[in-house]
Design a protein around this ligand. Structure first.
Ligand code: HEC
Ligand code: HEC
Length: 514
């Protein structure tokens, strides 16, 4: 009896100790999801619009054979004119400093901070950078239209030191595309990025005389979808100058991302804001990937930072060797954007999710007249916007079929579908590897710090969305308009167009307040 009591006492004592330990402020353990879990990968992808296409993903073995990123400290890049005196030379004296160290992560704040380092970690690097000052100067940013902050910060690239004395210029971090410089010079990290990504690529192609065959191969890898071969054929029919000019046509806030369509009407996709992503059920304009927790965002990052080019669509692997039929040796993949063959560790990706989930919207600097706002809100309700853009998220988190897409019956059980098409251009949804047959209903939160709008960023201003002139063929799109196109209709989403000018003003004011 006594022993039983002692055992019991010891046992409950331990429970108390354990309880106290887990309740220590900030201390807790996390279950890090597994990124490359094939069942989860299959679950979180929506199928292509053509259901006869077979999609297979690179194996776990292949994924694990890729080396992990070692994440070092990154240093800001300035334009030449505003670079502090001796800046690069001072970086050349620094020791390499690893900033992602799992053993040092103890609290939620540590995870977020570590995730910030992952967000800014480039995945492609220049050879060691020798010049005494930045190669980016105002002349170049004037040509490409890349925004720079008043302090001269060029926030899209970063310097790294992996070896003492050797600075490298790094690209293709999440921050490269998901950082926005506002007109007042403020920076929104995680906002709808506005680098001059594609115009800079065009400068690079011209400067380094990238051979036409390399460009063509890249275009084929990026755009070929077995269910819409004509899209890639169209791009392949262009000459070198046309291909380069095609990329210059993309305004900041839009770009080519691997797997998008490259048709005569659409070859750009608007960059999303990642602020508020935590509450969004689908990722990508087409809802290609489900978002049901950090594991899904980890998989999103792994796929989009290299792995999706190794997915097989029938017989076609975008980054495949032997006529696109076989996976390349892990260390030898040749990504048309220049992604190095590395993977993030599960812990790095988990940290990244915690950082992204922690992003807060900036303070809205606009002044609003209360009466105008409440009139705008009433109109928003009366016009039925709230059916799809339902508060508080200003989206019902559903998918709408693209023009011409008939959702298969089983989709209604598997996905959240609002079966009304808004009839915008269906190319991205129907004829690209990012396609699913759907466009998701976007959240309207943060519209004031975003733009251009709609999935391809055709409209620069919210007012344009309600301008009936955009439905006519002689319209000049204010945002993205394809290369060689002078005028074109920006079709679909014909809500709120019949309102009078005063009501439109009130509606737009309301939208800008969200
Ligand atoms: C080269 C530019 C680029 C880089 C680098 C990049 N992204 Fe993106 N990202 C985009 C574009 C463009 C889209 C829109 C794709 C679409 O809708 O089909 C996007 C979409 C997303 C989405 C979907 C969000 C939504 O609301 O639909 C997430 C999440 C995301 N990116 C996270 C990341 C993370 C995390 C990283 C770094 C690991 C990263 N991105 C790196 C350009 C980039
Ligand atoms: C039937 C559902 C539906 C209704 C009703 C609806 N929308 Fe939308 N809305 C969408 C979808 C889907 C998109 C994305 C379309 C695309 O990009 O091709 C969208 C896009 C938008 C965008 C652009 C957002 C961005 O990030 O680019 C704005 C702004 C918008 N809607 C406002 C409104 C307003 C205001 C109303 C009412 C007058 C309204 N919507 C009614 C479904 C709807």
């Amino acid at each position: 009896m006594i022993t039983k009591k002692i055992v019991f006492a010891v046992f409950t004592g331990w429970l108390v100790v354990l309880f106290v330990a887990t309740q220590q402020p900030g201390h807790f353990t996390v279950d890090i999801p597994k990124t490359w879990d094939m069942q989860e990968i299959i679950r979180f992808h929506l199928p292509p619009p053509d259901s006869s296409v077979t999609v297979t993903y690179a194996s776990e073995e292949y994924y694990n054979s890729l080396p992990e990123h070692v994440i070092y400290k990154t240093y800001p890049v300035y334009v030449q004119e505003q670079e502090p005196e001796g800046y690069l030379d001072s970086i050349r004296t620094l020791e390499p400093e690893v900033v992602f160290d799992l053993s040092k992560i103890k609290t939620q704040e540590d995870w977020i901070k570590a995730g910030e380092a992952v967000f800014h970690w480039p995945t492609s690097f220049s050879p060691p950078y020798q010049p005494p000052t930045s190669y980016i100067d105002r002349k170049e940013t004037d040509v490409t239209g890349a925004p720079v902050t008043p302090e001269g910060l060029y926030p899209f690239s970063h310097y790294v030191v992996k070896e003492k004395g050797q600075i490298q210029l790094g690209f293709l971090s999440c921050a490269n595309c998901h950082t926005r410089v506002m007109e007042d010079g403020s920076l929104i990290v995680g906002g709808q990025g506005n680098p001059a990504f594609d115009p800079e690529f065009a400068v690079f192609v011209k400067l380094f005389h990238v051979p036409f065959a390399t460009l063509q191969k890249g275009v084929h890898q990026l755009t070929y979808a077995p269910w819409a071969p004509e899209v890639s054929e169209y791009a392949m029919s262009m000459d070198s100058a046309d291909l380069v000019d095609m990329t210059i046509a993309h305004p900041n806030g839009t770009m080519v991302r691997q797997g998008i369509s490259f048709g005569p009407a659409e070859d750009a996709v608007a960059v999303p804001s990642l602020i508020g992503l935590k509450d969004m059920k689908y990722m990508d304009k087409t809802g290609l990937m489900l978002h049901e927790g950090p594991g899904d965002l980890m998989r999103y990052a792994a796929f989009n930072q290299g792995m999706d080019m190794l997915t097989r669509y029938n017989d076609f692997i975008p980054m495949g060797v032997n006529d696109y039929t076989e996976l390349p040796e892990a260390a030898e993949w040749d990504h048309p954007f220049g992604y190095d063959p590395f993977r993030y560790s599960d812990a790095q990706l988990y940290a990244l999710t915690q950082y992204i989930y922690s992003l807060k919207p900036p303070e809205n600097p606009n002044y609003f007249d209360e009466a105008l706002l409440s009139r705008g809100e009433t109109i928003f309700k009366e016009q039925g916007c709230i059916t799809c853009h339902t508060p508080p998220l200003y989206t019902n988190n559903q998918l709408t079929p693209a023009l011409g897409f008939e959702p298969p019956k089983e989709h209604f059980e598997k996905y959240d579908i609002f079966n009304v098409s808004v009839e915008t251009d269906p190319t991205l949804a129907m004829k690209s590897r990012r396609g699913t047959g759907y466009y998701k209903i976007p959240s309207l939160l943060g519209l004031w710090y975003r733009g251009p709008y709609l999935h391809s960023g055709n409209l620069a201003n919210l007012e344009d969305l309600f301008d009936p002139a955009r439905l006519q063929d002689d319209y000049v799109p204010t945002g993205y308009k394809p290369y060689m196109v002078e005028t074109m209709a920006v079709k679909g989403h014909e809500f709120g167009m019949e309102l009078n000018e005063g009501d439109k003003q009130a509606l737009v004011a309301f939208l800008k307040s969200l």
